[in-house]
Structures are given as structure tokens and as C-alpha cells.
Design a protein around this ligand. Structure first.
Ligand code: 13P
Ligand code: SF4
Length: 373
């Protein structure tokens, strides 16, 4: 099989960008595209598995063999023996799939533009430099923990320093693991998940926000006076929710249950009835009684899927029309899916995500540590 090079211009903020597609694919209408995707899938049979993250649009998840959050999809990737894993998600998820699948399997990301801005807020090189500053200020052991939403080289860095990876559903366990091994935690890149986890563990008085590049902010010397050091990263989609949205929903629909993702700000998590990972949000709605109302504080596509999948439940977006979709997730236009699949039928692999072997090995250690907790 030929591995084709395709020029990409990685950009975080272009919306719905079809520029990297061959022109014939840019104009495909929905009916023709659906037909062609189905025909390609028929030809490829068991050679391909399509994974669809919950935040992907309907036209992607309707073709997925498995739909789930990043953790569930990584497990599906690991269990699959398909030659090609086509990942409807963002780069860090496809990287994680590449880390845990066999070397003979190829992981394909339909659009190389699908890069999570939060993962980009903690580049391994930056963290390496900041780590040197931090560790120079203390003799105590700091354990780095990175959220799954980070690149493979940062996962590898954490493994090298005795740390691990976590997801939003097991961050508290990762903290417990770290405090058994060391004295302090550096949590990357999502400060809100870190803060919410510290509260869950009753360690809210031990946290400090640290931005090594802010000349006015906390210094490394001050940061190490605290047990939990939070990197200055956040998700633009989840940061948008405010307590006011919860107040408005409660006024308009007093029976509503409010659930938010732990990437939301602390005050939003406190005001909600429940905070939970993507998988927890899906479970709560699936287990709801008919007629119950659930207001959802997360990426808007998931809210829309839940409305379609559970019509007996009143599922509402927490901030109405102001709720955001994730721009990175949205880069996976279904026309890209049609293209990568038809290229596979022709024997050409496009947009293969390959983690460098030395990083792969270490990142795997960080992921395995997470699986053991
Ligand atoms: P999970 O799939 O782990 O919930 O995270 C995806 C994500 O990007 C949350 O913002
Ligand atoms: Fe990244 Fe937020 Fe999008 Fe998740 S929702 S992929 S954290 S930008």
C-alpha cells in the first residue's frame, strides 16, 4: 500500500475548511456523498473500522462503527484488528489510537486540520523548559499528570518524569496515584479539570494557577509552595458556560437537572447538579425517566445526538443557541471522510497519524499507568 504525502497547513481557527480536499470532493452534496461513503465501506469491509467521537457531527457518527468518548474509542481501537482505523475526532485522539494499536494498523484522521486548541496550550518543549524552572525550586518530588487531551510527546514527557495520563473520569484516581509516588502534582493542560479534581479530593486549598510566561503572575518559587500546580490551559468550548446560564435554565425549567463537563469553570461545576465526563453525561440521559429534563453543559453536537437518541427525554442545551460546537471537531467534514475512504479503496493511505517510535513507547507507559489505576 502506498502512503501518500498530502500537503497540510495546520490552522486552529479556520472554520469548516475544505481547502485540503481535492476540488471534486469539495462540492459533493449529501446524497451523493452518503452513497459513495457507503459504497467505499462495503468495498473495504472488515479492513476498516470507523470511530466517531460524541462531538462529531451527525453525518460522521451515522457512519461510525463505534461512537464514544476519547477513552472508549481508544479502547475500541485497541480491540480492533482492522487494517485501517479511521478516527472521527481530533489529532490527540488519533495519536492515542496509534499508540495502542499494532504497528501494522494505520490510523487515519480524515482532516489534518482537526487539532484541539487546548492540547496545543501545553507543547512538550514549553513544558520541558517550565519543568526545569519548577524542579530547580524544590527538593520535593513533583509528578506530572497530563489530561488525555494532549499530544503524544507530552504524554511521553510525563512518563519519563514518573507521571501518567488521565481522562475526565479518572483524574481523581490519577491524583491519588501521584500523591502516593510524590509530594506535588503538576497538572496539564486543563486548569479547570485540575481545579475541579482538587475540590473533589478536598484539596482545594492546595492549588495554584501557574503560567510560566506571565511576568506578573505566580513565580516558580511561589508555585512550589502548593501541592497542586495547574498549567494555564482551558477548553474554549467548555469555558464558555457561566453560572448565569444555569440560573436562567432553572428559572425557565425548574425541574431541569443540570449536568456539565468538568472542563467547565469551577463556579459552573458547583452550580450544576452533576458534573461528569462525556460518558457520564451519556449515561445520565440514557438512564433518565421519560419526561425528565436534562440541561447539558458540553459540546453542542453531543447535546443534539442525545436529543435524537433519547426523544422521550427533554434534552436541552445549557446555554441555548449560544452553546458552541468544537471548531477542531468540526474540521472533520464528511466530504473528507468520503475522500479518505475512496482513496483507501484505490490503495492509497491519506492523512495517516504516526507517532514517532521512541515517543510511542514512552507515551504508552503513561497510558498504561492510567489503565492500571
Ligand atoms: P472526552 O472524550 O474524554 O470526554 O474528551 C473529549 C473532549 O475533547 C472534551 O472536551
Ligand atoms: Fe479540545 Fe475543547 Fe474541542 Fe475537546 S471540546 S477537542 S478540549 S477544544
Amino acid at each position: 500500500m502506498e502512503t501518500a504525502e498530502f500537503e497540510t497547513d495546520l490552522s486552529l481557527f479556520k472554520y469548516d475548511n475544505l481547502e485540503q480536499l481535492p476540488p471534486a470532493y469539495r462540492e459533493l452534496g449529501e446524497d451523493e456523498r452518503t452513497e459513495r461513503i457507503e459504497a467505499a465501506l462495503e468495498r473495504l469491509g472488515d479492513d476498516v473500522v470507523i470511530l466517531g467521537h460524541n462531538y462529531q457531527r451527525r453525518e460522521i457518527v451515522e457512519h461510525a462503527d463505534f461512537i464514544g468518548d476519547s477513552y472508549q474509542l481508544s479502547k475500541e481501537a485497541a480491540d480492533s484488528d482492522a487494517d485501517y482505523v479511521v478516527f472521527g475526532g481530533v489529532t490527540f485522539m488519533a495519536e492515542s489510537a496509534d499508540i495502542i494499536t499494532d504497528d501494522a494498523q494505520s490510523v487515519i484522521l480524515p482532516s489534518m486540520e482537526a487539532s484541539c486548541p487546548m492540547a496545543g496550550m501545553a507543547e512538550a518543549l514549553q513544558v520541558d523548559a517550565a519543568w526545569a524552572e519548577l524542579t530547580a525550586e524544590t527538593d520535593e518530588t513533583i509528578i506530572p499528570i497530563t489530561y488525555m487531551n494532549s499530544y503524544a510527546d507530552l504524554k511521553a514527557f510525563c512518563a519519563e518524569q514518573g507521571g501518567l495520563v488521565c481522562t475526565s473520569s479518572n483524574a481523581h484516581k490519577a491524583f491519588e496515584y501521584a500523591f502516593e509516588k510524590g509530594d506535588k502534582v503538576l497538572f496539564l493542560p486543563d486548569k479547570h479539570l485540575g481545579e475541579n479534581t482538587a475540590h473533589r479530593l478536598g484539596m482545594e486549598d492546595e492549588i495554584v494557577d501557574w503560567d510560566p510566561w506571565d511576568p506578573e503572575g505566580t513565580t516558580a518559587e511561589e508555585a512550589v509552595d502548593n501541592d497542586i500546580i495547574l498549567w494555564e490551559g482551558y477548553c474554549q468550548v467548555h469555558e464558555r458556560f457561566r453560572e448565569g446560564h444555569i440560573e436562567s435554565i432553572r428559572e425557565a425549567q425548574p425541574d431541569a437537572n443540570v449536568i456539565v463537563h468538568p472542563e467547565c469553570r469551577r463556579e459552573v461545576v458547583e452550580a450544576a447538579d452533576v458534573s461528569g465526563s462525556t460518558a457520564t453525561i451519556c449515561e445520565k440521559v440514557a438512564d433518565a425517566d421519560p419526561g425528565d429534563t436534562w440541561a447539558i453543559g458540553t459540546e453542542i453536537h453531543l447535546t443534539h445526538h442525545l436529543q435524537r437518541w433519547h426523544p422521550e427525554v427533554n434534552v436541552v442545551p445549557l446555554c441555548g443557541d449560544a452553546c458552541m460546537d468544537c471548531n477542531a471537531m468540526r474540521q472533520i467534514d464528511p466530504n473528507y471522510l468520503a475522500w479518505v475512504l475512496e482513496e483507501l479503496v484505490e490503495g492509497r493511505e491519506r492523512n495517516v497519524i504516526e507517532v514517532a517510535p521512541e515517543e510511542k513507547e514512552l507515551a504508552r507507559v503513561a497510558l498504561d499507568r492510567m489503565l492500571e489505576i
